[in-house]
Ligand binder design. Sequence first.
Ligand code: FAD
Ligand code: NAI
Length: 488
Amino acid sequence: ATEAEEKDLVIIGGGVAGYVAAIKAGQAGLKVACIEKRGALGGTCLNVGCIPSKSLLNNSHLYHTILHDTKNRGIEVGDVKLNLQQMMKAKETSVSGLTKGIEFLFKKNNVEYIKGTGAFADEHTVAVNLIDGGETSVRGKNIIIATGSEATPFPGLTIDEKRVVTSTGAIALKEVPKKMVVIGGGIIGLEMGSVWSRLGAEVTVVEFLGQIGGPGMDTEISKMTQKILQKQGMKFKLNTKVTKGDDSGDTIKISVEAAKGGKEETVSFSALVAQAYQLTYSQLDADVVLVAIGRRPYTAGLGVENIGLETDERGRLVIDQEYRTKHPHIRVIGDCTFGPMLAHKAEEEAVAAVEFITKNYGHVNYNAIPSVMYTHPEVAWVGQTEAEVKNSGVKYNVGSFPFSANSRAKTNLDTEGIVKFIADAETDRILGIHIVGPNAGEMIAEGTLALEYGASSEDVARTSHAHPTLAEAFKEAAMATHAKAIHY
Ligand code: FAD
Ligand code: NAI
């Protein structure tokens, strides 16, 4: 950019939120610039998140299947060896293909790509410290902040991305650890824990809550998932908190204690008695520790304080329903503001924010954002959990169907899991859909569409689904919600 050149829209951050907004704005004919500091487009998702983790999940699943699940399928294999370096190369090929693809889309849609770190000089001007040296600045009639998020650190453990890692180190380990401790049994912990467990590590997941998968996962589905992952070899310590970590020796020592007992420490005599019975201090040894206790908004160095923008207690930039900050021409989307930290949520917001600029209206249905955990089997859901529906006081019906009764799952010898529908008992409107099972991540698209269209479980049940497909389990769960399934 030339010195302080004015654009219709300046976007800070070239992750999913930023790059999608840039393309959408370019398509609408706006003069748009996107500033990105990492030297590649696509943000966390493409470079160190969704894409590399799914590459490793897919290939480690193949490896694990070939090792353990071929004989009964009539396939005899010889020596099976892991070539981790090649597996990492395959991952890098997927990543670089996709990030370069976005550069191409920028050119196609006349988006100016500025490689550097942006910071607010004033309400309309972003100063850029260029990667290749030097500085420039760019003025925007409108500005979108899309600076994303970063891993929340664990106090007392220094992240070196080699032995004490976040997901960024966990997607790039040079060898398979013997013992891996995962702090946090949320989505990152379970996905990356699965990868290294399949490749041969002994993985122990320590989770503060009483269930895995994070608070968004339906409890019944979470329990089922935990059993399946345990069968695959992963170990879990629930209701347990890590109190400290010591990485000074050859192995890292992680101290844990029962979460309940820990809370009651030294409060009263009864608490002391409770403590004596409940507290179980123990120590876990690990070669690699993965810190996966959540992510936090990233706005470091952006200079939001220079222009008086507010953040909430969790560091999220405060916005209104049209993504506007207190300066209405500055909007915020993606991980650095409210809502689930998901790439497809960021993408929806990007389109809506640009539509607010170009057309004065935009829309995201936050009740119909699907979640997918890409373990095997996958776990996917949309809408409310059963606990949420129960707490809301609405009368509801539950219908479920097991993959063990689905013909395609049986032919695939891949029958673990269920589809579960929750519908309003009076109107039959679908309130939530929860799946653990093969292909759950693709199947949830149908559930999301049903929710978006306000469908009843009967609407889905009366829709023809091809035979033999896994999707028939979806239809039969809908049948079981308002009437009865045929095959179970
Ligand atoms: P980001 O992708 O974080 O992009 C922000 C960008 O802004 C970054 O590239 C950063 O370098 C840049 N930036 C920051 N500050 C500045 C500045 N001052 N100047 C210039 N540039 C700046 N989500 C899913 O939906 N599905 C998944 O399967 C999935 N898997 C994941 C796996 C892992 C291991 C992780 C960590 C995350 C995963 N996510 C997944 C979450 C997903 O990556 C995020 O929700 C998504 O990347 C958010 O997009 P964003 O554009 O808001 O932020
Ligand atoms: P998370 O919020 O999903 O899970 C963190 C877990 O750590 C929670 O279950 C929490 O109870 C637990 N925890 C917190 N402090 C702890 C402590 N001291 N000791 C033990 N446990 C503790 O966060 P995660 O897994 O780090 O992922 C971050 C974000 O990235 C998520 O919000 C998710 O949306 C996104 N993501 C999405 C993926 C997908 O869509 N497939 C894949 C990976 C990440």
